[in-house]
Design a protein. Structure first.
Length: 401
């Protein structure tokens, strides 16, 4: 039977109708209390690029074409009905016993088994007939056309299946609705306003945790490594990436926006704005802020190298190479003028082949962007901004990470 399944998959992939997916998955959706629009999409499993193409063949051949919700050359969304579940179980027959005995195996089959339970308890649709479970395929990385595909991309980023800054996220803010979140449940603001008296008089007004278009990271993601620590769930947005373990995010001014994050072990007590990428071993001090691309006129994404130190309440608006230090309380921006004497400039040039020594000793921040081993400082007596070759080795406390 396993060979029969492999032949089925192989035949489908060679067929003229086959279209390779960028990502696909089965999702549960939360619909608006009034508009019935999708407010949130949750994927138990995300299949990305070449992952689990056998399940892709199963799902595509189990579809009820009349259950189409949306479709284009870039993506498609189909409702899941009774026929889909029964067909998928037939295709998966060679693996069912193993999946039933071991709930950590064959995760796409586990989803179908859960859908079967939903079918048996009449939970596949709302009373109005809207599909609560949907099969979603993303074919091309273009502007998102549905909330389902927007959530798929954000999930791909948070899981590290897609690299930060690698996906087209244009249009996401226009797609997503600003909603009130109570636990993991979204509520339409207009519905809450219309029903405020009834809800409050009957003591059923929901506890509102926050209002935003995005859920929080921990509402959608289980950290993939045991040594990732988030001490305040409000401080990390869905669509952030927290690296390969060892990341610690303290409460207070710390924050990580979507399409931003770290590549490895880091300490973060500051702000990692949208599209900012932090290298392994870097320490972001309390209240330190790194300029993002969503506002303020900055259009160039910033990267911070490995083993850097951003001092308390500092501001960084250029990229930093490895081993850089920004002293506390200063702003290192594109137009900030730094003085580097000849001796220190020669030291910097030794480790940066693209660094050009200037005769007047003055350098704009943008001329130092991405350079390794630079220490940025402000002289306390004169207020002059200076930079020099860093002579400190930045090391995180291994006991904390």
């Amino acid at each position: 039977m396993v060979d029969k399944f492999k032949n089925f998959v192989d035949t489908y992939q060679k067929s003229s109708s086959y279209k390779a997916p960028l990502g696909f998955g089965i999702a549960r959706v939360d619909l608006g209390q009034k508009s019935k629009k999708v407010l949130c999409t949750t994927y138990p499993i995300l299949n990305w690029k070449d992952e689990n193409l056998g399940s892709y063949a199963v799902f595509m051949n189990s579809l009820n074409l009349s259950a189409k919700i949306s479709s284009s050359e870039n993506e498609c969304v189909y409702g899941i009905d009774e026929n889909f579940i029964h067909k998928a179980l037939e295709f998966y027959a060679p693996f069912l016993n193993e999946a039933i005995q071991n709930k950590t195996s064959h995760k796409n089959i586990q989803i179908i088994l859960e859908l079967k339970k939903a079918l048996e308890t009449n939970r596949l649709k709302t009373r109005d007939g809207d599909f609560l479970f949907r099969f979603v395929v993303l074919y091309k990385d273009t502007k998102c056309e549905s909330i389902e595909s927007a959530y798929m991309k954000l999930l791909a980023l948070s899981l590290g299946k897609a690299k930060l800054r690698s996906l087209v996220l244009e249009g996401i803010f226009g797609l997503l609705q600003n909603v009130a979140w109570s636990g993991n449940k979204p509520y339409e603001l207009e519905w809450l306003r219309e029903n405020e008296i009834y809800l409050k008089m009957n003591e059923i007004y929901p506890h509102i945790d926050f209002v935003d278009k995005f859920p929080r990271y921990l509402m959608q993601i289980i950290p993939q490594y045991d040594n990732i620590r988030l001490l305040d769930s409000a401080k990390t947005r869905f669509g952030a990436y927290l690296g390969i373990g060892g990341y610690t995010q303290m409460p207070g001014a710390s924050y990580v926006n979507f399409n931003a994050g770290v590549e490895g072990t880091c300490m973060n007590e500051g702000r990692i704005s949208s599209s900012v990428i932090i290298g392994e071993g870097t320490d972001i001090g309390g209240g330190a802020s790194i300029l993002g691309v969503l506002s303020g006129g900055n259009s160039t994404p910033i990267s911070i190298g490995k083993n850097c130190l951003l001092g308390v309440n500092s501001s960084t608006g250029i990229s930093l190479g490895d081993g850089c230090i920004v002293d506390g309380g200063i702003a290192v921006l594109s137009g900030t003028i730094f003085e580097i004497n000849k001796i220190e400039a020669e030291k910097i040039a030794q480790i940066n082949q693209d660094f050009s020594i200037k005769t007047n000793n003055f350098y704009k921040g943008k001329e130092l962007s991405g350079k390794n081993g630079i220490h940025f400082r402000q002289e306390s007596t004169t207020g002059k901004m200076i930079a020099f070759r860093s002579n400190r080795k930045i090391e995180l406390n291994t006991d904390l990470h």
